[in-house]
Design a protein around this ligand. Structure first.
Ligand code: SF4
Length: 354
């Protein structure tokens, strides 16, 4: 079948810029079916063998993979997911783990509050749900830290439920192919979610959900879509209209020099200290890092005390202080970490939470 999906909204061809508030167009059943079958066929040949796609993978392992994959590339997630699942194969295992160990194992996945929320969800599953991951999206969304996307994904990939999985990759593919726009808005509206439901087939919905997500990750990428090699090139509304640039450019998140970068560097110091003291007596293990060392001005730094922290910890401390030696700023960010549950203050020392 060869179809051309027509854009039903007006384009500004004079400027080459597509309207940004375009509606979600009506799509014919034939068009929907063609795109569904094309994506599912493509996925059969292009699917990456990710470990959480193994049919033997537990629902808990799928849930962990989805939390880890939020705003984090699969290549960074996979080794950490393997280590995590080896250490905590069930919700009860994670629920019983020391929070400091959970944060340390989260390693450099970023956004470490996800680790805390995952442990909270594990506790609910272990204590209230007999260690079983819920099957429906509504039940999953009731867990701590589980949003509508993650709930739909786990219900689909772990339990075979027919849900509409709508992450950024999926949304980008749908708006390009069917609405002729470069990129979706920041977050999906109720209207967009309802519009996207029509593309989920009654049969093969899990393969569609996984396939269209993979297609957005590998072919119809945000910055460099492979339109020349794309099996949807001839029907894609955005490609057919000359790929007009969006009027709204995506916000690029600055990293260097931000509080977020410095928070991460403080966390790196605490994680290194945690690791280097794992073999010490329990009373010493949680002693953390002297607060004065984190906030001291360069001239006040007690080199002997820095070295006594351990090789990796002292190196991380120097890296953090290269970013900033502003005592007031570091104190403020440390207080934020404590308030967020990512660090704990014990007298004059700061550590990962117990
Ligand atoms: S033609 Fe280009 S924009 Fe359209 S679906 Fe294919 S890769 Fe994406």
């Amino acid at each position: 079948m060869r179809l051309s999906i027509q854009m039903t909204h007006r384009t500004t061809s004079e400027t080459g810029i597509a309207p940004t508030a375009a509606p979600f167009p009506t799509v014919s059943p034939d068009e929907v079916e063609f795109v569904q079958s094309t994506i599912i066929d493509w996925f059969a040949t292009a699917e990456r063998p990710l470990p959480w796609r193994d049919p033997a993978t537990t629902a808990w392992a799928v849930l962990v993979s989805e939390i880890m994959s939020q705003q984090t590339p699969v290549s960074r997630v996979e080794p950490r997911w393997r280590a995590w699942m080896a250490k905590w194969p069930t919700p009860a295992d994670l629920a019983a783990a020391p929070t400091a160990e959970v944060l340390h194992s989260w390693d450099r996945l970023g956004y470490p509050r996800r680790a805390l929320r995952l442990q909270e969800a594990a506790r609910v599953i272990a204590e209230d749900l007999d260690n079983r991951v819920p099957t429906t999206a509504a039940e999953l969304e009731a867990l701590p830290g589980i949003g509508s996307y993650t709930a739909a994904a786990v219900a689909s990939f772990a339990h075979g439920q027919r849900t509409t999985v709508l992450d950024t990759n999926v949304r980008r593919v749908l708006v390009r192919v069917f609405a002729g726009r470069d990129r979706p808005t920041t977050s999906p509206s109720r209207r967009e979610t309802q519009w996207a439901e029509q593309f989920v087939p009654a049969v093969g919905h899990v393969r569609w959900n996984a396939g269209v997500m993979e297609f957005g990750a590998l072919v119809c990428t945000a910055r460099n879509p492979n339109c020349d090699g794309c099996p949807l090139a001839e029907v894609c509304a955005w490609n057919r209209s000359g790929r007009p640039a969006s009027a709204v450019r995506p916000k690029t998140q600055k990293w260097a020099g931000t509080d977020r970068q410095l928070r991460g560097a403080i966390m790196d110091v605490l994680k290194a200290r945690h690791e280097e003291t794992l073999d010490e007596a329990e009373s010493d293990r949680l002693d953390g890092v002297p607060f004065d060392l984190l906030t001291a001005s360069t001239t006040d730094l007690d080199e002997d005390m820095v070295e006594s922290l351990g090789t990796v910890t002292s190196a991380k401390l120097r890296t953090m202080r290269d970013l900033s030696a502003d005592a007031e700023r570091i104190s403020r960010l440390a207080a934020d970490l404590v308030a967020d549950g990512l660090a704990a203050r014990h007298g004059d020392r700061l550590s990962l939470p117990r």
